[in-house]
Design a binder for this molecule. Structure first.
Ligand code: PLP
Length: 395
């Protein structure tokens, strides 16, 4: 009668949502200030003034059809031109408007890429820990998600494990750096090594293997960490970018795909992206927000709150006795649980109203995710509770 898979996706709540809703219930019982909700990756930094001003100015002073009307499917040409110029300035690339396809955020961008590329039996590789929606998105287009086990020492790539999982069916490799949930940034060495292996595998299997670089956290990289621009290291790269996190605009749904000229069969890949967007009824990215980000393309992101929160939480967790890789970017930490069963650990943390997400949900059991895009005071108040929780395990 109905599509069972869709029913399950629509009615089975994600663990993150369930924890978040539990937090809302607890806040009503014990007060907002007594709940330490590290569950959601919803940016807490206010949307920049320059974005708000641009939105108001465009709303009030532009042709209504430009603001509220359909745009061409790839997006407003002037906005794409502005983005191409901005990216070229930053990364020394040579893009034009024709290399950009505007989307409703990164979720749409990556799903459009999956749909554009997937043929029967195709495999899409991701590295644990990974953004849980990848599975739903890849499977929705008939692909198979293949997960490379994690490398917890530094959350870079376990290349030996990776090489064994690349097959003749591999269509693309999903790279997410800065990473949700590990907070790690892939080094230039990691990206170069990945590119070398993929070039070798492309030769062996006689077909392109794409990198889909999912980059909603690109701007949130901390001092000492540079996020390599993947197309500079590997030709068959599709970049999926978003303003959800960098400009705190997750509800406005705005981002883009970059298809570099160097991609094998550029015209076919770009055309297929347009086709995928069409059948996914994407129509066009929100017109107003295309204009806003076109105007603000060169503006910086304010990441100072995430720097402060990350350091505070990291130090507090280390002092309490947790094992954790230093924050490098995004706004997540992914520490080791104090018992093997991450669900049991997160359940125990609830006793202190510490709301943590089990690592199993990210393909990495035994760890938990802390989203620190929350008030700094909440983190400060949570630290003695993490200490108490850790002390329980020392008894
Ligand atoms: N990819 C990753 C790794 C994410 O963490 C998220 C959102 O949390 C997305 C994609 C989706 O972002 P957007 O809001 O741009 O669709």
């Amino acid at each position: 009668m109905i599509n069972q898979k869709m029913y399950e996706l629509g009615t089975k709540k994600s663990t993150i949502r369930t924890i978040f809703e539990f937090g809302r219930k607890r806040a009503a019982e014990v007060g907002e200030e007594n709940v330490y909700d590290f569950s959601l990756g919803n940016p807490n930094v206010p949307t920049p003034e320059f974005i708000k001003q641009a939105a108001v100015d465009i709303l009030m002073n532009s042709e209504p059809s430009a603001v509220h009307g359909y745009t061409v499917a790839p997006g407003n040409p002037q906005a794409r031109e502005a983005l191409a110029k901005s990216v070229n300035k930053r990364f020394g690339t040579n893009f034009a408007a024709k290399n950009f396809f505007m989307t409703a955020g990164a979720a749409a961008a990556i799903t459009i890429c999956f749909k554009a590329l997937a043929q029967p039996e195709d495999e899409f590789i991701t590295f644990a820990p990974f953004f849980p929606e990848y599975r739903a998105f890849v499977e929705s287009v008939g692909g198979k998600l293949v997960v490379v086990p994690a490398q917890p020492a530094d959350w870079q790539i376990d290349f030996a494990a990776f090489e064994k999982l690349v097959t003749n069916h591999t269509k693309a490799v999903i790279v997410n750096s800065p990473n949700n949930p590990s907070g790690a940034v892939y080094s230039e060495e990691t990206i170069k090594k990945l590119a070398d292996i993929l070039r070798r595998k492309e030769e062996e299997y006689h077909h392109p293997i794409f990198i889909i670089s999912d980059e909603p956290y690109r701007e949130i990289a901390f001092e000492g960490y540079t996020v390599p621009y993947v197309p500079k290291f590997y030709d068959n790269t599709l970049v999926c970018y978003s303003y959800s996190k960098s400009f705190s605009l997750p509800g406005e749904r705005i981002g883009y795909i970059v298809v570099p000229d160097e991609v094998a069969n550029f015209g076919k890949v770009y055309g297929s992206i347009a086709g995928a967007a069409r059948v996914l009824t994407h129509v066009n990215a929100p017109s107003l927000w295309q204009l806003v980000i076109g105007r603000c393309a060169d503006m910086p992101s304010d990441i100072s709150t995430y720097v402060k929160n990350g350091q505070l939480l990291y130090q507090g967790l280390i002092d309490a006795g947790f094992e954790c890789v230093k924050p490098q970017g995004a706004f997540y930490l992914f520490p080791k649980c104090l018992e093997e069963d991450d669900y049991a650990f997160c359940e125990r943390a609830k006793k202190y109203d510490l709301l943590l997400v089990p690592g199993t949900d990210f393909g990495c059991p035994g760890y938990f995710r802390d989203a620190y895009c929350i008030k700094t005071e909440t983190i400060e108040k949570s630290l003695p509770l993490f200490k108490k929780l850790a002390e329980e395990y020392k008894k």
